[in-house]
Design a protein around this ligand. Sequence first.
Ligand code: SF4
Length: 307
Amino acid sequence: MAKIGLWSDCHNFPSLPLMKLSAYHKSIGDTVEHYIPLNHYDLVYASKVFSFTPDIDDTCIVQADEIRKGGTGYCISVRDGKEVFDSSMDTPLPKAIEHIYPDYDLYPDYKYAVRFLTRGCPRGCGFCVVGGKEGRCSHQVADLSEFWRGQREIKLLDPNLLACKDHEKILVQLAESHARVDFTQGIDIRLTNSDNIALLNRVKTSMIHFAWDNPQEDLTDYFKRFAEFSVVKSQRNKSVYVLTNFNSTIEEDLYRIYTLRDLGYSPYVMIYQKETAPKRIRQLQRWCNCRWIFKSTRRFEEYNTKG
Ligand code: SF4
């Protein structure tokens, strides 16, 4: 019986790979716990989501016979100022573990089911590692029953669910679960149509996320159509990520922000490589994402002069 320690750089969201590893090791009689510095382990798994967070060895001396590292955070390198996914560094889980029912007991404070139903995305956005990591074709990788056993909430991590040819079947399953579904990575507004919006209307959601990342693309008509057909009417519950600091001017950022607000959506500014972003972009983010400031100061130009 081995003693297994689990470590992750992600502190406000459960680590799905670690939940699967935990389930596997418990199934073969090992003891599993979150990694505690000073304890000694036969094996420690370190999972990293982000490239900019400290590694396990940077935070403490790891006492373990073996450390296995995995996750996107270990596979990102910067080339020509852009983050790219280095597949030679990738260490996917073995198939038997990939499809195991996750050990939700590892995170007792989180009551929801969490997983990917599909992986991959055809878009290949220059700032995103999904295409390099998961492939340029969205495909189904799991069935709902694989990770959901009646929890009242489901958090989906799918990068682009609507790009999967089976997305209508998946949306029907989600609707029939009657669970509250959070599409954490957003819905691709360019792939919405009256049919899949009708299916989305049947899925219980409290908040729906989209993205308008590329200022060269005018997505106004897509957002208009979704607003028309969707049952989600409240501005608060329709959030749109607006990528900044990546091939856009501040005027282009503001165009997307103002347009979305006028269409009844809540824009939410994301900053590419935030650590090195100009101060003005950080101000833009504070103005837009802080709801009471955004409500009381309608124009960024006014907020800026006050600042
Ligand atoms: S659409 Fe989303 S998931 Fe797909 S490449 Fe662009 S940012 Fe990544």
